[in-house]
Design a protein around this ligand. Structure first.
Ligand code: ATR
Length: 274
């Protein structure tokens, strides 16, 4: 029987994960099937149990189930524990093992694909929700000169910054406290701009000369954040498609023991990058 994998989320119809993993399977000659599962919002654990009963070997977990996946896993990696969330599950000996490959995916896209050196640079992360938590530890480990976490609800940014303080010079800020500060790399880890067309709340002075604006969200068109960043003077802009492909490769390698080539798959998913 072909090994079965899937992405589970709600909604999940537009996920690019099946196309990415099919491309990986083809290029590495792995016999596997990869589908989508849309679980009801209150039905994650049941859907995972059904998938396991049907012989499922691994899952990518997307919104809104990453915290539930962490709670459901019988064992987790250190990086999943740091994020408090899992985006990948692997079935082994009747147990679910949980990992979080989002941070590694972002780091690989930033450092390998985009050629950005973070050491000694000033980095700003916008947001303090699940998406931010998944990437803060590897960002801190890259030894920026300063890592600032800014969030609309300031207390959440302070809580995250406190955890990172032993690792890196780290600061927390509310939206207003960003006025007059500028950065080499600005990463959008908020969901602002997804749900409504309200103007983005951050000051337009965040970008140093040559700064990179990175949106963890991706889209076929430039995202609202990247259009705003370009207008605010960001020299380089990248959306989260590269991170999506890289986190998928990390998951694939964890499941199959083979690392796929991501460049070819990225090109296939979208030939141009703004
Ligand atoms: P995710 O898992 O995608 O991070 P989340 O945990 O709900 O989702 O977090 C959403 C993040 O986007 C939070 O940092 C949120 O700020 P608050 O903590 O203040 O709610 C941020 N966010 C959402 N809408 C926003 C907006 N219109 N302006 C600024 N920040 C916003």
């Amino acid at each position: 029987m072909t090994d079965r994998y899937a992405v589970i989320g709600n909604p999940v119809a537009h996920s690019k994960s099946p196309a990415i993993h099919s491309a990986f399977a083809q290029s590495t000659r792995q016999a596997m099937e990869y589908t989508r599962i849309e679980a009801p919002r209150d039905g994650f654990a049941d859907a995972v149990a059904n998938f396991a009963a049907a012989g499922g070997r691994g899952l990518n977990v997307t919104l809104p189930f990453k915290l539930e996946a962490f709670a459901l896993a019988d064992a987790t990696t250190t990086r999943a524990a740091a994020a408090g969330a899992c985006n990948t599950l692997k079935r082994e000996a009747g147990r679910w093992h949980g990992d979080n490959t989002d941070g590694a995916g972002l780091m690989r896209d930033l450092t390998v694909n985009l050629g950005v050196a973070l050491a000694g640079r000033d980095v700003l992360v916008l947001g303090a929700g699940g998406a931010a938590r998944g990437v803060l530890l590897p960002l801190a480990e890259a030894r920026p000169r300063m890592l600032v976490i800014a969030n609309r609800t300031t207390a959440k940014a302070f809580a995250l910054a406190r955890n990172l303080a032993p690792l890196v010079q780290c600061d927390a800020a509310g939206v207003d406290e960003l006025a007059g500060r500028d950065f080499d790399v600005v990463i959008n880890a908020t969901s602002a701009g997804l749900a409504n067309a309200a103007p983005l709340p951050w000051p337009a002075t965040l970008f140093r000369r040559d700064a990179l604006a990175y949106d963890m969200v991706y889209g076929d068109e430039p995202t609202l954040f990247l259009r705003w960043a370009r207008a605010a003077g960001a020299a380089r802009c990248a959306d989260g498609l590269g991170m999506l492909v890289e986190q998928a490769a990390e998951s694939f390698a964890w499941w199959r023991g083979v690392r796929p080539d991501t460049a070819a798959t990225f090109e296939r998913m979208r030939p141009r990058r703004g």
